[in-house]
Write a protein that binds this ligand. Structure first.
Ligand code: THU
Length: 160
């Protein structure tokens, strides 16, 4: 028996002001998307924006349903929006932000397991990492350089 240890590093920016112009623009689109979230049940708004390799930004927000399992996360709405409208163009980064109408959230909220799996699929298609930028109600922004860092021992098409 042996142990294999895996760790990862991520960046912490003190605020959006520290981001590059392109990342700032992407994060502002995600923040804007909070207004378009349809979240009457959870009151938890998620805004996202995907930047493609050609520079195009694709927005998304969570969309809920009275039949709860049909709720769709903001990250996936943005990624599927990108894939549907810009086929064969690699996503390079995704900005994700949240607003919980019930209480402020003081730490970054990272994508759920299902969204991690979907981000991973798009990384695999284009063999290129997708940077993930996270922001909640505190000024700090976190950047994860690839979803593989937060989805260790992941499942992919190579097993099929
Ligand atoms: N949600 C997202 O949009 N992204 C996540 O990564 C986690 C959860 C949404 C789904 C649902 O509309 C609400 O947040 C509460 O779970």
């Amino acid at each position: 028996m042996d142990y294999i240890e895996q760790s990862f590093r991520f960046k912490v920016y003190s605020s959006v002001d520290e981001l590059s112009l392109q990342d700032k623009e992407m994060m502002f689109m995600a923040i804007q998307q909070l207004e378009y979230a349809y979240a009457p049940y959870s009151k938890f708004h998620v805004g996202a924006a995907v930047r493609l390799e050609n520079g195009v930004l694709c927005p998304g927000s969570n969309q809920e349903n009275a039949s709860y399992p049909l709720c769709m996360c903001g990250e996936r709405v943005a990624l599927y929006n990108a894939a549907a409208n810009h086929p064969n163009v690699a996503p390079q980064a995704i900005a994700i932000t949240i607003r919980n109408q019930k209480m402020p959230i003081q730490k970054p909220v990272s994508p759920c397991g299902a969204c991690r799996q979907v981000i991973s699929e798009y990384e695999n298609i284009y063999q290129s990492p997708i940077r993930i930028l996270l922001k909640s109600d505190v000024p700090e922004v976190i950047e994860i350089s690839s979803v593989k860092d937060i989805l260790p021992l992941g499942f992919d098409g190579s097993f099929l």
